[in-house]
Design a protein around this ligand. Structure first.
Ligand code: ACO
Length: 426
């Protein structure tokens, strides 16, 4: 650490090297440091981009202090209550909710492109049956780059739109096949008489020896999970997709990179960790001990599903998922679920505890989603794959935004800390 300090002049045009301030529509302003290196020979240092706006974007806005999440300006609570997934996908990808005609056309596009090429199906046989679904998805989605040779001019709007629709349309089939293959069941095709969410359920859980009857409560619940996870501005996987895309890479390869990033336990894998923690706790009586451990500075244990890098208030998605989980458990006759009883009591105790209040640690989206997915029959290894299906809409929306902006290649710099020049002496 140096004890020198830089005095950056921000927003004062009369100063020698002023740095302009950029204003968004809402949220903090941003200091435009693009000229800093040229004019002052300085880089900014912000590992992990905690204080850096890596791009400008008009898709999603989060106010972490208020616990607010907006897709194209609409509060997530309103979208979750009043829209279906297809409408939200259209909103994110195209900027506006569709009218009836636009919705019908968008849904037709999704149906037209939801099949997997027969040769894609043959890839699955190359994987071990016990492979993690996310490992399979990284491979299969990346391999789609080898298809669609007739529409790979990704500087053309028509080819961009087609790739985006293909990715959203096919992702449920790709995820479901990674599960049915591991379960030793035949891979199921989409059924165009079903909506997007119901289709995902039938491809996941349908069996070849009996008709699959869609349970509307479960279909609504999975649709809600998809809406809530569809986008979350510049998170690690979305930033990865954008960075890969900045080089002009094939969109299927960019999404594969996004899936790989989402797979990490610090990103998409937390709901599985919550479930493990609740199972370990076992019953509400053991909660005080667990809370004590979470507060102990000398114990690395943390309450999984609590806290968020951006939300310093109740994650609005967590509140919606909690209500849906209660509804689904009661629908399935599982209202006495010990997991849910433990989760509710843990939340009650933590939210009234000085430690959690002071540090602004609230339940995040992952706190209840594992219980919900487990109740619906999803094995825990599929939790992140469900997240990937939902987040595909966000990834392609950011990919489309970046392509339409004509963004150049991303090239972060570094603070070099290696050896200074030296001579090889032999
Ligand atoms: N349980 C107990 N204490 C916690 C927790 C927790 N879940 N989360 C944070 N803290 C404490 C830390 O120990 C730290 O205390 P200190 O100031 O005394 O050192 C303080 O709160 C701040 O912690 P940071 O890790 O600096 O906070 P940050 O905002 O960077 O972390 C994170 C956010 C990583 C999500 C963290 O809260 C955490 O580890 N939570 C549990 C894992 C989890 O649920 N992850 C899912 C996130 S949601 C998603 O990715 C979709």
């Amino acid at each position: 650490m140096s004890n020198q300090f830089a005095n950056l002049v921000v927003g004062d045009a009369s100063a020698q090297n002023p740095l302009p301030i950029l204003k968004g529509t809402i949220g903090p302003d941003a200091v435009d440091v693009r000229a800093l290196l040229d004019k002052q020979g300085l880089l900014t240092f912000d590992p992990g981009f905690r204080s850096t706006a890596s791009c400008q974007s008009a898709i999603t806005y989060i106010d972490g202090d208020k616990g607010q999440l907006l897709y194209r300006g609409y509060p997530i609570e309103q979208l979750a209550a009043q829209c279906n997934f297809d409408e939200v996908a259209h909103l994110l990808m195209h900027g506006e909710l569709p009218n009836a005609e636009e919705l019908a056309s968008f849904q037709q596009d999704l149906r037209d492109h939801n099949l997997l090429h027969d040769q894609v199906l043959s890839f699955y046989r190359g994987f071990r049956r016990d492979a993690h679904p996310m490992a399979v998805m990284v491979g299969v989605v990346g391999a789609l780059s080898a298809f669609y040779q007739d529409s790979q001019d990704y500087n053309r709007d028509a080819d961009q739109q087609k790739a985006a629709i293909r990715l959203v349309a096919k992702m449920p089939a790709i995820a479901a096949a990674s599960f049915t293959y591991s379960a030793g069941r035949p891979i199921r095709h989409p059924d165009n008489s079903l909506d997007y969410a119901s289709n995902f359920l039938q491809m996941m859980f349908g069996k070849p020896n009996e008709p699959y009857i869609v349970d509307p409560v479960l279909a609504k619940a999975i649709e809600l999970i998809m809406i809530l996870h569809a986008d979350h501005e510049q998170n690690a996987s979305t930033s990865t997709v954008r960075m890969a895309a900045s080089s002009g890479a094939n969109p299927f390869a960019c999404l594969s990179a996004g899936i790989a990033t989402l797979w990490g336990p610090a990103h998409g894998g937390a709901n599985e960790a919550v479930l493990l923690m609740l199972e370990e706790i076992g019953s509400p009586e053991r909660i005080p001990d667990v809370v004590k451990r979470a507060k102990d500075k000398n114990d690395p244990f943390r309450l999984m599903g609590f806290g968020h890098r951006v939300y310093k208030n109740y994650d609005p998605r967590a509140a919606i998922i909690r209500d849906t989980t209660l509804n689904v458990l009661s629908h399935l006759g599982m209202e006495n679920s010990p997991l849910m009883a433990t989760a509710l009591e843990l939340e009650r105790i933590a939210l009234s505890d000085e430690y959690f209040i002071k540090k602004k640690l609230y339940p995040n989206v992952d706190f209840y989603s594992g219980i919900l997915l487990r109740a619906m029959g999803f094995p825990s290894r599929m939790f992140t794959a469900v997240f990937a299906v939902a987040r595909t809409v966000g990834w392609v929306s950011h990919w489309l935004e970046l392509k339409q902006e004509g963004h150049g290649i991303d090239r972060p710099r570094q603070l070099y800390t290696g050896p200074t020049p030296r001579q090889l002496e032999r």
